[in-house]
Design a protein around this ligand. Structure first.
Ligand code: PEP
Ligand code: MN
Length: 362
């Protein structure tokens, strides 16, 4: 016969290994009634694998609701008992790790404001030593992958075997469509660096609003994330924190039904043959592009020689503006965005300047 603890552990392992892994629950636990009802309505959808709730909330300013604290942990235990779903909470200190584990929280996560601080991450890591609880690490609020990677390494060194990454976007100054700019390329870089870690997207904190949540979820699935963490609440508009971004459990289920679940690969031979042919064409074009770029640099070097003989600076602003204007106008006609053309020409220009500088220095 299995003990309750073993049975629970098996449920956690099943959830952790499930693809897509769907984690949902309120931003904050507010009352026992609110937490338990949210969990039950999530469980009733049959689409959620793990219940989240913030118990200790790191808020930007004092006086904001800072979470109910440890008294919310038995509520989470009750939610687990009634739904059979494993639970996860955010921890930021060693004491919070101990408290959460005392109340059988199954998975812990480190929040974005904690990942930025190596002292705090180390304190959490030390408290985790000797436990076998899975830990998810949110990206730091600033776009610094080294800091994110550093947190992964500290947690791994504490002996934690099951680690997940949560991409929740990055703070940026000024107003954008998103509450936290996704900067997808940074998350992808992290995924490539740690291909074995469970890779989760948190569209709620990226969007900060409900209307663009579905698009962001779809985007994450298209980029082959392993799962989603989405905030849900029985009465989103009256939530004590993050009211604008939460959805009801039923709306969450609707959104999960709307998503097109794309997979990374299929075994169809026809599909692979067609893809291989197109990839060969891409390789061929990439080779040609590089050849042409190399020729371009050789011409830049010749220009460098003339500049050297005549004592002229490398950078001539007018000429550069002319190049960019010409290219963006042309790009527009052939379906290349202004943003891409500008970035591309900036990179080409830098390389060109380096080639010319070598000539001038020789
Ligand atoms: C949260 O998950 O409610 C939270 C505080 O998120 P983050 O650490 O991403 O801001
Ligand atoms: Mn939140």
């Amino acid at each position: 016969m299995q003990t309750t603890e073993q049975a629970t552990n098996e449920t956690v392992q099943q959830a952790w290994g499930k693809r897509p892994l769907i984690i949902s629950g309120p931003c904050s636990a507010e009352t026992e009634e609110q937490l338990v009802t949210t969990a039950q309505r999530l469980a009733a959808t049959g689409k959620v694998d793990m219940i989240r709730a913030g118990i200790w909330k790191p808020r930007t300013k004092p006086g904001m609701f800072e979470g109910v604290g440890a008294k919310g942990l038995p509520w989470l235990q009750q939610a687990k008992k009634l739904t059979g779903l494993p639970t996860t909470v955010e921890v930021a200190t060693g004491k919070q790790v101990q408290d959460a584990l005392t109340f059988d929280v199954d998975v812990l996560w480190i929040g974005a404001r904690t990942t930025v601080n190596p002292f705090s991450v180390q304190e959490v890591a030390d408290a985790l030593r000797g436990t076998n609880v899975p830990v998810m690490i949110k990206n730091p609020i600033n776009p610094d992958l080294e800091l994110w990677a550093g947190a992964v390494e500290r947690i791994a060194r504490a002996g934690v075997k099951q680690i997940g990454l949560i991409h929740r976007g990055f703070s940026s100054y000024g107003n954008t469509e998103f509450r936290n700019a996704p900067m997808w390329h940074l998350a992808i870089e992290m995924k490539l660096k740690y291909p074995d870690l469970v890779f989760i997207n948190d569209p709620s904190h990226i969007c900060g609003r409900r209307d663009i949540l579905l698009d962001t979820m779809q985007r994450a699935i298209d980029l082959d994330y392993d799962g989603l963490m989405i905030e849900s609440h029985i009465d989103p508009d009256n939530a004590w924190s993050d009211a604008k971004q939460q959805v009801t459990p039923e709306r969450l289920a609707e959104m999960l039904d709307t998503i097109i679940w794309r997979k990374e690969d299929i075994s169809s031979e026809e599909y692979h043959a067609a893809l291989e042919k197109l990839r060969q064409q891409i390789n061929q074009l990439d080779d040609e592009l590089m050849q042409i770029l190399s020729q371009r640099m050789k011409i830049a070097e010749q220009i460098g020689k003339y500049k050297k003989e005549n004592n002229i600076t490398i950078l001539q602003t007018n000429r550069w503006n002319e190049i960019i204007e010409r290219a963006t106008a042309k790009g527009d006609k052939i379906g290349l965005s202004k943003e891409f053309i500008t970035k591309y020409f900036d990179a080409v220009h830098m390389e060109s300047i380096n080639h010319q500088k070598k000539v001038l220095d020789s």
